[in-house]
Design a protein around this ligand. Structure first.
Ligand SMILES: *Cc1c(COP(=O)(O)O)cnc(C)c1O
Length: 377
């Protein structure tokens, strides 16, 4: 049996090595490392795949969120509603831009921001909502967009963990995650569902004017070279990374299917266990399983983690400290929040290995070890 990893990028690379090596070599030979052809090709390819009008590549998923917020021309102190149960980047950029993060609860089943909690948190200063499609499951975008329309708020979808996911709308239409809000963002960090060989990110929108603003901001605030009309930053996707992504985008649906197969195997093994809740699958979307995260009840999670590690099975807590409890947010009133569901989840979640290369033998071993520990407690 191959050693078990949280994410196995070596084996995934081995299967597409020839294609990726050729694509990378072409970039190296052309020496067009910045703004090379592969970057435009990738933007066009991803825009077609997602069914969104504009894709603006950038340097990473955190920049994507920051640039998206910068394009909305918000004022210092404007409030942005966001979950606390997320990776820090989602909330960090809000604070970085001198905006006020307003942390709200997540739905205990989907782990994503609760639309009812959003509405309760709205004040006259609220300008935007940043939902996160956590672990690969979409937030309830239809309900979120409905609240946003009623209160005239922008929505930035943090799609770093759910690229390629589908959302079924009540009118029968299907849309890709990240394309329902005002702006969508994603990350191509190597371990993400669509990952490159370093850092990368992208921003999506159907709005022509916003697309122009996003492009300018990512490029030092210039539309014409050396004429800087607004404050921007320097955030580019390298050509080499775009070349890798052009190859991997062709496999994204296969990668998602492989993740879903692994999730089905886990569900089979754990479903119905009194101490284990397997990931809920919301009826309005297809879960793309960036993570496979269990909710444990009456299990010593740290001991389970140690036990698994002792048998060569990695496991992770995403995330051990919710955003509102991070020191970073002391100055933003983080400690005043009481988010019971978020705290409750934080104490009980455990993510198991999840990637495109998990074999049945590995899955059998992992599930066997988890059950061996839990059943003897
Ligand atoms: C990974 C991630 C990001 C940030 O992406 P980077 O490319 O690492 O900057 C933002 N939000 C979420 C939810 C993520 O998982």
């Amino acid at each position: 049996m191959q050693p078990i990893q949280m994410v196995d990028l070596k084996q995934q690379y081995a299967k597409i090595k020839t294609e990726v090596d050729t694509a990378m070599q072409e970039v190296i030979s052309s020496a067009a490392f910045i703004h090379g052809k592969a970057v435009q090709d990738f933007a066009a390819g991803l825009s077609k795949y997602l069914g969104v009008k504009h894709v603006i590549p950038c340097a990473n998923g955190t920049d994507a969120l920051q640039i998206a917020l910068m394009a909305l021309n918000l004022q210092p102190g404007d409030e942005v509603i966001t979950p606390s149960f997320t990776f820090i980047a989602t909330t960090e950029v809000i604070a970085l831009l001198q905006l006020q993060p307003v942390f709200v609860e997540v739905d205990p089943k989907t782990f994503c921001i609760d639309p009812v909690a959003i509405e309760k948190a709205i004040t006259p200063k609220t300008k935007a909502i940043v939902p996160v499609h956590l672990y690969g499951q979409a937030a309830n975008m239809e309900a979120i967009m409905e609240v946003a329309r009623r209160y005239n708020l922008y929505v930035i979808e943090d799609n770093a963990q759910a690229i390629g996911g589908d959302i079924q709308l009540s009118n029968g239409a299907t849309k890709k995650t990240g394309t329902l809000g005002t702006i969508g963002t994603t990350s191509f960090f190597p371990s993400k569902n669509l990952g490159c060989f370093g850092d990368g990110g992208a921003i999506f929108t159907d709005d022509d004017q916003l697309a122009e603003a996003l492009k300018m901001i990512a490029n030092h605030g210039q539309a014409k070279r050396y004429y800087h009309d607004r404050v921007g930053c320097n955030s580019r996707l390298d050509t080499v990374q775009a070349a890798v992504l052009n190859v991997k985008l062709q496999y994204l649906d296969e990668y998602i299917a492989a993740r879903r197969r692994a999730a089905d195997f886990y569900d089979q093994a754990f479903g119905g266990h009194a101490k284990i809740t397997v990931p809920y699958r919301a009826p309005y979307c297809n879960h793309v399983f960036h993570q496979y995260t269990l909710l444990l009840e009456g299990v010593n999670r740290d001991e389970l983690h140690q036990f698994l590690a002792g048998h060569g099975v990695p496991s992770m807590i995403y995330y051990p400290v919710p955003a509102h409890r991070q020191k970073m947010f002391d100055a933003f009133g983080g400690s005043k929040y009481e988010l019971k569901t978020t705290d409750w989840l934080t104490e009980r979640v455990l993510s198991l290995p999840m990637h495109t290369e998990l074999s049945n033998e590995q899955l059998q071993f992992i599930t066997g070890k988890v059950l061996e520990f839990i059943n003897k407690q």
